[in-house]
Write a protein of this length. Structure first.
Length: 69
């Protein structure tokens, strides 16, 4: 039986939606893309990959903050 990971499916959807030209998007289309990306983030966040990404982004934000001082 074939199983599809929902996070992978959403990542593919986001990839194809973001490949479209900006001029061709309506406000509703942009809002839908934002909702899909947020759902993808919620699905990825509790995974080890999501935790690693959070750690890397936190370190980068800390470096930018210290560089600005």
């Amino acid at each position: 039986m074939l199983t599809i990971n929902v996070a992978v499916l959403l990542a593919v959807i986001v990839f194809f939606r973001l490949r479209r030209r900006t001029e061709a998007r309506s406000r509703f289309d942009e809002k839908l893309t934002v909702v899909i990306v947020l759902a993808l983030g919620v699905l990825i966040a509790p995974t080890p990959a999501g935790q690693g990404l959070l750690s890397v982004l936190g370190q980068m934000a800390g470096g930018v903050t210290q560089a600005g001082r």
